[in-house]
Design a protein around this ligand. Structure first.
Ligand SMILES: [Ca+2]
Ligand SMILES: [Ca+2]
Ligand SMILES: [Ca+2]
Length: 294
C-alpha cells in the first residue's frame, strides 16, 4: 500500500487511474457509467471497514478499561486489606509494647522484692550470728560460774572432811542419814543390846523395805540380832525404840516361838527374820544411830 493509504489512493490515482481517466473520457462517450458506479462502491466498503476497525478498537479499549478497572479494584481491595493488617499489626505492636512495659515493670518489682528478701535474709543471718555469739559468751560465763561453784564445793567438802565432824564413825556405814555398825561377835541378845547402847546407838530398827535391802546387802555372817522382841507380851513384837511395827520381813512359818520360847529376833540368811531364843548366841549384831556431827 502506497503512502497515504486508502484516501491517497482515491484522490491521487496512479498511472492506471490516468489511463482509466483516459478510458473514462473515452468511454464517457461510449457509455462508461457502470465503471464510475463501481468505484464509488469500493470507497463505501473502505469506510465500513474503517468503522468496524474503529469499533473493534473501541471495544478492545473498553475491554482493556474493564480489565484494568477490575485489576485496579482488586489492587485497591488488596491495599485496603494490607492497610487493615498494617493497622492490626500496629495495634498488636502497641499491645506488645504495653505488655513489654508491664513485664519490665513487673521485673523491676520482682527485682526490688528479691533484693528486699535478700536483705532481710542477710539481716536475719547477722542477727543469728549475733545471737549465737551471745549464747557462746553466756555459755562460757555459765561454765565459769559452774566451775567456780564446783571449786567452792570441793573446798567446803575438803574442809568438812578435814574437820572432826565425820559423817559416820570409822567402821560404821552411812545410809540415808543413819549410821550402822555390824558387830561380828557371837553374843546373846542382852549383850548385843548393851553393846549398841555403849556405842551411843541401839539395836537396829528396820522401818521400811529400803532399810531392809541396805542391811541385807551389807551383812556378812549368817545371823545378826536386831532390835525386835516380844518379851513383854507373847507374839506382840515391839522395837527397842518403841517405833511402830509398820514393816516386817518374816521367814515363812516365823515367828513360831519354837521350843521353850523365842522372844528375840534375828536377821538370818537372805535377810529373813526369825524369832529366836534370847539367851542363845548368834554370829553378829547390827547397831543403828542417827548421823550426828560431833
Ligand atoms: Ca531404823
Ligand atoms: Ca515369843
Ligand atoms: Ca523362830
Amino acid at each position: 500500500m502506497a503512502p497515504g493509504g486508502i484516501y491517497t489512493k482515491c484522490e491521487e490515482p496512479d498511472t492506471d487511474v490516468v489511463k482509466d481517466n483516459m478510458f473514462d473520457k473515452t468511454s464517457r462517450r461510449t457509455g462508461g457509467f457502470l465503471l464510475q458506479q463501481s468505484r464509488c462502491c469500493s470507497q463505501g466498503t473502505s469506510i465500513s471497514v474503517l468503522y468496524i476497525a474503529n469499533a473493534v478498537l473501541f471495544l478492545l479499549w473498553i475491554i482493556t478499561i474493564i480489565i484494568i478497572s477490575g485489576k485496579y479494584s482488586r489492587m485497591t481491595k488488596e491495599l485496603e486489606r494490607l492497610h487493615s493488617e498494617q493497622t492490626l499489626l500496629s495495634g498488636n505492636d502497641t499491645y506488645m509494647v504495653k505488655q513489654l512495659e508491664v513485664l519490665h515493670s513487673n521485673q523491676s518489682t520482682y527485682a526490688t522484692e528479691l533484693n528486699n528478701s535478700l536483705q532481710r535474709l542477710e539481716d536475719n543471718q547477722n542477727k543469728l550470728k549475733q545471737d549465737v555469739t551471745k549464747l557462746q559468751k553466756d555459755l562460757t560465763t555459765e561454765k565459769k560460774k559452774i566451775w567456780d561453784e564446783t571449786f567452792k564445793l570441793q573446798n567446803a567438802l575438803q574442809k568438812l572432811n578435814a574437820s572432826a565432824c565425820k559423817m559416820c564413825p570409822e567402821g560404821w556405814l552411812l545410809n540415808k542419814g543413819k549410821c550402822y555398825y555390824f558387830h561380828e561377835q557371837e553374843i546373846h541378845w542382852s549383850l548385843a543390846k548393851n553393846f549398841c547402847e555403849n556405842q551411843g546407838s541401839h539395836l537396829v530398827v528396820i522401818n521400811d523395805a529400803d532399810e531392809q535391802m541396805f542391811l541385807q546387802s551389807k551383812k556378812k555372817r549368817y545371823s545378826y540380832w536386831i532390835g525386835l522382841h516380844d518379851m513383854k507380851n507373847e507374839n506382840t513384837f515391839v522395837w527397842v525404840d518403841d517405833s511402830p511395827l509398820s514393816y516386817t520381813h518374816w521367814f515363812a512359818g516365823e515367828p513360831n516361838n519354837y521350843g521353850h520360847g523365842e522372844d528375840c529376833v534375828t536377821m538370818t540368811e537372805r535377810g529373813w527374820w526369825n524369832d529366836y531364843a534370847c539367851g542363845s548366841e548368834v554370829t553378829g549384831t547390827i547397831c543403828e544411830k542417827p548421823w550426828n556431827c560431833q
